[in-house]
Design a protein around this ligand. Sequence first.
Ligand SMILES: Cc1cc2nc3c(=O)[nH]c(=O)nc-3n(C[C@H](O)[C@H](O)[C@H](O)COP(=O)(O)OP(=O)(O)OC[C@H]3O[C@@H](n4cnc5c(N)ncnc54)[C@H](O)[C@@H]3O)c2cc1C
Length: 388
Amino acid sequence: MYGLRVAVVGGGLGGLAAALALRQAGHDPTVYEQAEVFRPVGAGISLWPNGVKVLSSLGLGREVAALGGRMDWMGYADRSGVNLTEFSLDPLYEAVGQRAWPLARADLQDLLVKAVGSERIHLGRRCLAVESGADAACVHLDTGEQVEADLVIGADGTHSTVRSWVLDEALDHEYVGYVNYNTITPSDEEIVRLGLWRTWVGNGQRASVMPIGRDRLYAFFDVPQPPAEAAEADPDPKRTLLSRFAGWAPPVDRLIRSLDPARINRVAIRDLPTASRWYRGRVVLLGDAVHAMAPDLGQGGCQALEDGLVLTHYLTTTDRSVSDALSRYQAERLPRTADITRRARNRAQMTHGQDPLALQSWYQSLKRETGEIVVAGLIQSVASGPCR
Ligand SMILES: Cc1cc2nc3c(=O)[nH]c(=O)nc-3n(C[C@H](O)[C@H](O)[C@H](O)COP(=O)(O)OP(=O)(O)OC[C@H]3O[C@@H](n4cnc5c(N)ncnc54)[C@H](O)[C@@H]3O)c2cc1C
């Protein structure tokens, strides 16, 4: 099918990439985003090779590489700074034919907005409701506009409005046991050498720095907290980090002291149970709207990118019906994302100490890790996806 009028609700990573893929395939997408101006939530994002491959297939490979940080090595140290393991990521890149590019979310969003074209993006439009008949669907916006389309895509994130129409069941978020603090800060070789993604672990906590473009670091910290504490705002995140990481290795202390408190984001990590269906009539979901997962495998955004590409592929390569394309899309994407969501949750709980014995055994296993197990898992994430 060609020339479908598609209303995309949500201009995050998933919605923008889907709009770009649809436009390139000869469809007619328009994005409706509730924000008045684009302000990405969160500081950085690690785009693993499967996510980069999607963007490369949309013609953005060179730009992503220019914005990304060169990440050649991965390493873990304990809280006092003693090295547990360090290994090259080259075997991954060689096996899958593509580097990972961690980058600032703002840079990625700018890139996608330019690629989609601002004339196709309507800001300050919040979707209040959607509905669908057999031949068309409609989006009701808070401006009073009603947008008719051949297809509506709900790319409106983890608190999706569109999802409540598509599903009969309500999906409740589940807190996975820790709070993440994240920010961007200038590179500093006294914190970490160039090209190394370094993580310090102890007590179920982690402090981590990943290289991103323009000589900056994406810094993030995981702190297990009881649900009630996690749900409250933190008036002074820098003080929390100084206190929770007191006595850790000197680079961690130096890192936290260097942070601008006004630029520290805080998010209690929650995921969603797997939805049993992804579309209803001519309304379909993608990204966090249908598979919000813990960030412990760095795959949520990459999966949103894959969704848009696969959805576009089926819309373009069937001449039967929209519903035929949507059912093929769901059949391909649901099992993959359910599996990754489950693995991300297991990893979140294990590495943040829900079971203290499992945590200690993981710390021990890091001392024996040569990179083979980690790299094999990363290769599998790419090899089982749509862009190999
Ligand atoms: C701490 C943390 C770290 C992460 N790290 C990584 C990582 O390293 N790698 C990775 O791949 N993923 C990572 N993720 C996951 C990734 O951020 C998400 O999976 C990704 O942002 C999902 O994109 P999306 O477009 O589906 O949703 P979103 O990015 O949430 O975008 C949804 C958009 O819809 C808009 N919207 C919402 N409701 C409406 C409405 N009613 N009407 C109109 N617009 C609406 C919102 O304003 C927003 O712009 C991380 C997540 C967290 C929390």
